[in-house]
Design a protein around this ligand. Structure first.
Ligand code: UGA
Length: 452
């Protein structure tokens, strides 16, 4: 085993956030023990294998293992040698309500307090309702002299998690106000020294603001997506083109083009549950009116799924039962095998319920999708899914789908009909190859052909 260097760190909770954070901290030169109560996950990570697909992570885990500075355990006692402890557990939506479920945060904090030493620094990265950090800080301070909490929200995107961790847009510290807090801040600045030295902005604020930055960012991104999806609805009514509209809006640097892709809407383990938890928390704080617009954001987003089902139904002249459908994509977005609240899978399930024979292909999410929706058929290629299909549905814009050859796909389908739920294909190329092309928020393919 190599000599420890840098800071000795524990990472409590090794899901998406924690596993990437652990590997990234080793890459920064620290010594890391990742703690996860799930032995299967912990064993997989110890073997250098991420239990989910994240580009570049397996390589980083292998490099981390090779340094001798990265290990994983299920036992919190193994975190005792660390002086900085990152809380990275999940905060899913509570069953049957909008509030965040803080069970994992509670139990991680309780475990951590049993091994906390004087002057240790606890760093909260989980997404929590505003007001949570202050309570944890009191308990940390009471547990060991000189120990303190910093709230340091994470903004990583699945699919870009490693890049987002090592070269973030900004770093936010929510800190207390006294000498103890100042020392904790210095310790965390040392942990992130390389990232800060490269010019990454550091915003130091209080606990509440740090907690709010995270949920406000996700609420803003969700609102941006639902805004452009509402515009897509209007485009449909007036023969407008939402892609051209978004391009034109995006040139205004105050608006920006990113997160203005209209289509099937947002899903995943973060945006949907975070806007709901945010509304719930606002209600608890006596400000129920303040965030009611997020209810509309949520509704617009969920309606995209219904509209997609209706679009396919109309392509089949109302006859869905007994028709064969090819669904391309099951994950909630490309470059991820995450199917949590996946719009693609929701649409596939709805069409199955209407009696269609649904054949799904996803480059990475097959295993997870098969566990969640065993009633659907699964194939090992786009071509296999499309063979004999009456309609092909592009529901997640993996690169291998956006580069599909319309002529080659046309050879295997029963009818050349494609529903492009992500506005990811070139309508001219597909209609030119004899396909009936449908999407959400763009004019009929005929107009595109006229313009070509
Ligand atoms: C999101 C945020 O982008 C991260 O900054 C944040 O750290 C993370 O949640 C979190 O809270 O942990 P992520 O869930 O990985 O990251 O996915 P996004 O890239 O935000 O995409 C979310 C959904 O929006 C996907 O279903 C995607 O297809 C959809 N989307 C995205 C659109 O429909 N249109 C767009 O223009 C962009």
């Amino acid at each position: 085993m190599a000599e420890p260097t840098g800071t000795v760190i524990s990472v409590i909770g090794c899901g998406y956030l924690g596993a990437v954070h652990a590997a990234s901290m080793v890459a920064l030169g620290h010594t890391v023990v990742g703690i996860d109560s799930d032995p299967e996950r912990s064993d997989a990570l110890a073997a250098g294998k991420a239990p989910f697909y994240e580009p570049g992570l397996d390589e980083m885990l292998a490099q981390g293992q090779a340094t001798g500075r990265l290990r994983f355990s299920t036992d919190i006692a193994d975190a005792a040698e660390a002086t900085v402890h990152f809380l990275c557990v999940g905060t899913p939506q509570s069953h049957g309500q909008h509030a965040a479920d803080l069970t994992y945060v509670e139990s991680a904090v309780a475990d951590l307090l049993t091994i906390l030493k004087p002057d240790d620094v606890v760093v909260g990265k989980s997404t929590v309702p505003v007001g949570t950090a202050a309570g944890i800080a009191d308990r940390v301070r009471a547990a060991a002299p000189g120990a303190d909490l910093i709230w340091n929200p994470e903004f990583l995107r699945e699919g870009f998690a490693v890049e987002d961790t090592l070269t973030p847009d900004r770093i936010v510290f929510g800190v207390g106000r006294d000498e103890v807090a100042a020392r904790a801040r210095t310790v965390l600045e040392q942990v992130y020294a390389d990232i800060l030295a490269s010019g990454t902005p550091l915003i130091v604020t209080n606990f509440s603001t740090a907690e709010l930055v995270k949920v406000a960012a996700n609420a803003f991104l969700a609102t941006k997506i639902s805004f452009i999806n509402a515009m897509a609805d209007l485009c449909e009514l007036v023969d407008g083109d939402v892609v051209e509209l978004a391009d034109a809006l995006g040139h205004d640097t105050r608006i920006g083009r990113r997160f203005l892709n209209a289509g099937l809407g947002f899903g995943g383990g973060c945006l949907p549950k975070d806007i709901r938890a945010f509304m719930h928390r606002a209600g608890e704080l006596g400000a129920d009116q303040t965030l009611t617009f997020l209810r509309e954001v949520d509704i617009i987003n969920l309606r995209r799924r219904e509209q997609s089902v209706l679009a396919v139904q109309s392509m089949l002249r109302g006859q869905v039962a007994g028709r064969r459908l090819a669904v391309l994509g099951a994950s909630f977005k490309p470059d991820s095998d995450d199917i949590r609240d996946s719009p693609a899978l929701a649409v596939a399930e709805a069409l199955h319920l209407m009696g269609a024979d649904v054949f799904v292909y996803d480059p990475r999410a097959r295993a997870a999708a098969e566990r969640k929706s065993p009633q659907l058929h699964y194939t090992d290629s786009a071509l296999a899914a499309a063979t004999g299909a009456d309609v092909v549905l592009l529901l997640t814009e993996w690169r291998e789908f956006t580069t599909l050859d319309p002529e080659a796909l046309g050879q295997v389908v029963a009818g050349r009909r494609i529903f492009d739920a992500r506005n990811a294909l070139d309508p001219v190329a597909w209609t030119g190859a004899g396909w009936e092309y449908r999407c959400l928020g763009r004019p009929s393919a005929g107009r595109h052909l006229d313009q070509a």
